[in-house]
Design a protein around this ligand. Sequence first.
Ligand code: GLA
Length: 740
Amino acid sequence: MEERPSTLSLHGRRSSLILRLSQDVPEIIYWGKRISAQTDATMLSLLSAQQQEIAGGARNPVPLSLTPTIGQGYMAHPGLAISTVSPNADSPYADYDAPSAWSLSPKIKRLVRHSETHHTIVCEDDHRQISLLHNINLDTATDVLTICTSIENRSNAAINVAWCAAATLPLPHHISHIMGFEGRWASEFHTHTLHQNSGAYVRENRRGRTSHDCFPGLILHHAHTHEAQGEAYGFHLGWSGNHRLMAEKNADGRPIVQMGELLLPGEIMLSPGASYNSPNLYASYSAAGFTKLSQQFHAHLRENILRPKIVEKPRPVHYNTWEAIYFDHDLDTLKTLANKAADIGVERFVLDDGWFPGRNNDRGGLGDWFVDAEKYPEGLQPLIQHVNDLGMSFGLWFEPEMVNPDSDLFRQHPDWILQTAHNPQTHFRHQTVLDLTRPEVTEYLFDRINSLLTTLNIEYIKWDMNRDLNHPGNALGNPAVHQQTRALYALLEKVRTAHPSVEIESCASGGGRADYGILAHTDRIWTSDNNDALERLKIQKGFSYFFPSELMGSHVGPRDCHITHRTLPMTLRAPVALFGHMGMEMDLRELTAEEETELKAMVSLYKTHRHFIHSGNLYRLDLNEANTSTGPSASIGFGIVSKDQSEALFSYSLLLSTTAAHPTYYRFAGLIPDACYELNIIWPLKGNGHWPKSSLFQLETNLPNIDGKVFTGEALMQLGFQLPVLTPQSNLIFHLSRCK
Ligand code: GLA
């Protein structure tokens, strides 16, 4: 249906987004808490109108459209940067005299209605023959806005697109703080918070994958917002290539967020008739703190992006071979590990890197996706059979986008890689990147993967990607991160279509490709290569702002962590893995009898509770527990409450000693205030010698006597319970079940 009303009102359950369409360009005039029917859009339009001429400024206000352009007179960072390249020499209009594209000023032509909350606003610049289409959808159930912009070249000249933001979204002036993400390999998803000053906070990622250091997410919020209270706006770009994120307070004081794909010089050339689609920007508003904001994003992923079939299926306990054997594959060892894994309760055995020829270290083999006949003289079948006989399914590691120069594939097709002419390749884990924009490359990769999936009982792919794209030029010598990313999505889709029951994990050195774009084609994320439980608590907290627990690959690592070289007890390692998609990744032969008992117990807790760990609502807690040297970060607390609020698991981890003699109160969240809950402390295991005790003094009874008692939801949430004095690196898990 096509129409042209003067305003467009989209309402979610808790938020509203109102646009003015009566002027030349689409402008957001309100985005925030849901407004009632009493408030009509005209009132908002009037209230948001500039009241007087700005002294020393433009006489009429310069609009802040969904895509502000230079042609509209916009003076901050434009939403679009394009230029005319050349007229099409074959066209009858070869001596093209239309105005150049750089000063585009598209005007609203029509509104296409797909549903109550999903519309396309079509804008056209009649002089330049270029259209901008804004696709905008506020999901009523989850309050997540999905917005993107397409540019259509209807002219007879080619145009270069240097920047086309998914959208430029204005924010209320009282939103003063920016939470951004930073990190590195094995230390991903750390956050920082800044006060927003005049000017721009800009984050750019040019790594050719989502990146470890610049996760494409931002949260803008009020100075006093915390987990349980206050206003917050979340933004995430669903894209696995390069990106630019910007939170800008314009010189005229208007705050905006703009996000889009970062395009390399000359990367997008639109010939006459061609178009470019920006990635989706996902955005949401919460009036009730960061936790609520995350719950909205989690629900949106679950309901609109992930495959329903996978969402409904229990996530099996994984065993991954990487940190147990690395490249040292030996059938008998693997069978022993499989036996141990099955005994502990593992349900899926994943054979990591090292199973293909020439892969005895990371210097060779990538690209030759055949089973190594030396390590596996009878192929993988005997191992898979053994694993299946033990009742476990089988998963296999691939890194399809890569090739080692020391491989048959590279020797046969040295030209199949991304490269920039006359520049030596930047060394990066002894591997280079295949040019997926060449159809023969993706045909080869599909053929190899398909043949293994067809002939062997493989139910899971760990799809890895272990380097940046430092030289992202294709065979034509053009920059190709955009096309490479699209080609990757197409290849994943082809594999999925041919093998719909196979699940795919997105792993880019752990945490390097975590975004909603890749999640439209994959089923879980390997969160980080760092299995150190203390590090993981922080990484997983950062991850949880935009991703729910079932997507978070979380493994119990070895006693001595291979990455941080820290030694941590099973009593801490196991509970940290419980709250994700649980697995283990260690040489199971190292387990002491006590560790094995604890690990088995944790696996069984996971199996009992995963139905709501993976579908319930996450609550991060503001424990505000002090350690004078590090500020309020001595502990991390969070919980998951089942959707019907009848059951919950809460976790408390003490990372550092606290400086207060009286430990803090642990205040639960998300319960029904007037319902009664039985509280049980289910971790550490009772009677296992690890029950928490003071490091200096034994309490008379070392069991806090709240265990097994019944409390109202409001008592647990308003007062909470005073934590026992614990030693650092301790963890407690509370189980709450509503009394019948
Ligand atoms: C990456 C992954 C690891 C492992 C190795 C194998 O680092 O993140 O989990 O699969 O590659 O080389």
